[in-house]
Ligand binder design. Sequence first.
Ligand code: PEP
Length: 258
Amino acid sequence: MRKPIVAGNWKMNKSVGEAVELASGIKIDLADCVNVDVVLCPPFTALKAVGDVISGTVMKLGAQNMHWEKEGAYTGEVCAGMLRDLYCRYVILGHSERRAYFHEPDETINLKVKAAIVGAITPILCVGETLEEREGNKTEQVVSAQVRACLKDVGEGAASIVVAYEPVWAIGTGRTATPEQAQEVHALSRGLLADIFDKKTADSIRIQYGGSMKPGNAKELMSQPDIDGGLIGGAALDAGSFVEIVRAAFHNAASEGN
Ligand code: PEP
């Protein structure tokens, strides 16, 4: 049975003080959610402060990006070792905003995934199609190509990877994939993972859904057989909403006997 994972992607939001306030609000409410992995991904500037707030709780810290090299002349970048220094356990890689605005190709996302694993940080690999691609019936082709390219030559450590299926047309738009639409792509992704690795590995990899997940739709989405939690943007900026989503994952997991 896979343990659900709910991660909040705070993007470029929150000063250090605001981040501490948000993390503190979540900390109080989540005391009993032990069968769900809960990850907070604040901006780099707030990692240390949020890490201090959640230290000793069930919550874990995640970053929103990293470079694949171990060190060097890469102005403005941070590496896995630096994130580990701050007790980061996860890193979001290949988010569609980074693909679209910073032109990140699958090839460098693949380098980052491998560097994260070597650096003992769990990658949350984001994949997903645009609206144009969905309407052109290219979802399967696009997601398959992304998964294969981003996981190329990943060997040991594959089972610990988290994949986030995030249809680009659902991110920050309020438009959510239906549970059936999401499940279809999740099942496809799990099949691909079995093909790339093996069935046992594919069955242990968590696949999150991301794209306007909120308290009102979280339970239904996460009750789909291949949806193992959520990557949450907008709703993660509100402690109450984020906690409700975690609780939905908690109740699903409890009813499935996790
Ligand atoms: C995201 O950016 O990863 C995301 C899922 O955002 P939102 O929940 O706001 O759609």
